[in-house]
Structure formats: structure tokens, C-alpha cells
Design a protein around this ligand. Structure first.
Ligand code: IPD
Ligand code: CA
Ligand code: CA
Length: 284
């Protein structure tokens, strides 16, 4: 722990200050590019988009982190080959590093491309496999969600708390439509079919990291999705845990950096959500 504390002031900036600085700088730049990107490429499928802004954002974040913490490891979405296998392999190789920064330079690229103002920069720092700092920044609303392990989670400087709904019937739940249409989408569709009639309503807004931040902030009761990556979830998982909520895989086992099928909630509706997904054959 003391080792962790000493490292955190190298270059006189704390881990958290650097994470905030990176997310804010990248987010401000991304916002200037809204409706003004110039290259759109497809990655894993025709549903998996990337622009030069995703790449530029990651480059900016990586070089800022390297300036402050040159010995730390870095995992960014755009540095990994597309597709679920390569993503799973990348985190498996790096998850036990001493300090690992896990970055999604734009979570919600499809929204960014269409000018739908719901996307975020997600930055997490893990210490020996455990997330210790998480920042999700929504540049369109200028909302920065921040958590430090053991110190709570904040938005606009105010402590966040998960919502109080105690049943699925009174819950607002979010999910996603994954880019992997071979495996993940059909499983998630089974979940949508099963969960929609059981809840107050469903939202599918297109950014897993922001959905997780909204669970932490008490704006959503829960969230689940099949086939996500470490960079979609790491920061959001800490936000929720530090706001009193619960994060597991869709089978109900505790969250770790390798989780790809996630269930996150205010804690009160967690077992009911996990059970409903399991009963629908929608947990994996
Ligand atoms: C995507 C978003 C989306 C989710 C997809 C993710 P990206 O991330 O989080 O909400 O449904 O599964 O891949 O590609 O915009 O970084
Ligand atoms: Ca993402
Ligand atoms: Ca992304």
C-alpha cells in the first residue's frame, strides 16, 4: 500500500489527477470533432466503427500517462486487434501487471458518428488486477464521474449513491446491442425479450461506460450486456462499487478485469436481474 502511495505522486501528480486531466483533455477535443470527423472505418463487423478521433483520443491519453508514469502498462481499445478473442487475450496477458491503465478513448463511437450526444471517455487504473481509480467523462454534458477505491464516487463534486428501487417491476434497466452479431447479440436479444416485460422500462443508449456511470449515479437501477471488453467496464465497475451498488458477471460471480458478460445494479435488484437472465438462457 505504501508502495502504491509513493508511486502515486511521481512527477508530483496523483493517479487521479492524471486520469481526470486525460479524460477532460481528450473529451474536450472529441467534442470539437462532433460532426467533423473525416475517416470512418469498420473493425470487427459493419456494426463496429472507428474514426481517426478514437485513435487520436487514445494517442493523447497514452502519451499524457506515459509522461507522468513511464513505467506503467497501458491497454487501450485501439491498440488491440478487433474482435472478442483478441480483446479477451489482451486483458488476460496484462491483468496482473503492477499498474495498468485501461482506456476506452470513445465509448459510444456509433453515437459519436451519428451526432447522438451520448458517448464518453473511460479511463481506469488497476493495481495488481484491482481497479483503484475510475473516470468516465461525458463531454456533451460536461459530466465527469470519478471513483477512487475506498474513497467513494463523485459527479459534479457530489458523492454518488445508487438508486433505491427494490424490485425489477419498479426498475429502469439499460442494456446494449453488441457489435458481435455472431455470438453476443443473439444472447442479449434473449435477455431483452425476457427482461422488458418485467421492468418499468428498458434503455439502450449506446455507451456501456455511461450506462455504468448512470447506475452509480442512481439514474438507472441496473445494466447488463453480453460481450463487453475490459475497457468498457473497468472504470464504471469502480464507480458502481463505490456508490454502494453491485457488479458481477451475468451468472452472479464477482466482477474482475476479465469479465465480458456483465450485470451491474443498485444491489437491491441484483439477484432478481441475474435470476431473470439465467431463466431466459441469456446469461451467456
Ligand atoms: C460499444 C458501446 C455500446 C455497446 C457495445 C460496445 P464502442 O463500445 O459501449 O454501448 O453496446 O457493446 O462495443 O465500440 O463504442 O467503444
Ligand atoms: Ca467501448
Ligand atoms: Ca471505443
Amino acid at each position: 500500500m505504501s508502495e502504491q502511495r509513493n508511486e502515486s505522486v511521481v512527477g508530483s501528480k496523483s493517479f487521479t489527477a492524471v486520469a481526470i486531466n486525460c479524460a477532460a483533455k481528450a473529451g474536450e477535443w472529441i467534442k470539437t470533432k462532433l460532426g467533423a470527423y473525416s475517416n470512418l472505418d469498420l473493425k470487427y463487423s459493419s456494426h463496429d466503427l472507428v474514426t481517426e478521433v478514437d485513435k487520436g483520443s487514445e494517442k493523447m491519453i497514452r502519451s499524457l500517462i506515459r509522461t507522468h508514469f513511464p513505467t506503467h502498462s497501458f491497454l487501450g481499445e485501439e491498440g488491440v486487434e478487433a474482435g472478442p478473442e483478441a480483446s479477451a487475450q489482451a486483458i488476460a496477458q496484462l491483468r496482473d501487471e503492477e499498474y495498468l491503465w485501461i482506456v476506452d478513448p470513445i465509448d459510444g463511437t456509433t453515437n459519436f458518428v451519428h451526432g447522438f450526444p451520448y458517448f464518453a471517455v473511460s479511463i481506469a487504473l488497476a493495481y495488481r488486477g484491482e481497479v483503484i481509480v475510475g473516470v468516465v467523462y461525458d463531454p456533451c454534458r460536461d459530466e465527469l464521474f470519478l471513483a477512487e477505491k475506498g474513497k467513494g464516487a463523485y459527479v459534479h463534486g457530489k458523492r454518488m449513491q445508487v438508486s433505491k428501487e427494490a424490485t425489477l417491476r419498479e426498475s429502469l434497466i439499460a442494456t446494449g446491442f453488441p457489435a458481435d452479431h455472431r455470438y453476443a447479440l443473439p444472447v442479449n436479444m434473449k435477455g431483452v425479450q425476457a427482461i422488458a416485460p418485467q421492468v418499468r422500462n428498458l434503455r439502450v443508449a449506446g455507451s456501456a461506460a455511461l450506462h455504468m456511470a448512470y447506475v452509480a449515479a442512481g439514474r438507472l437501477s441496473g445494466f447488463w450486456e453480453i460481450g463487453l471488453n475490459s475497457w468498457d467496464l473497468a472504470a464504471g465497475a469502480l464507480l458502481i462499487q463505490e456508490s454502494g451498488g453491485q457488479v458481477t458477471d451475468t451468472a452472479g460471480s464477482p466482477y474482475h478485469l476479465g469479465v465480458r458478460h456483465v450485470t451491474a445494479s443498485n444491489g437491491l435488484v441484483h439477484d432478481e436481474l441475474v435470476a431473470a437472465l439465467g431463466a431466459a438462457g441469456a446469461a451467456e
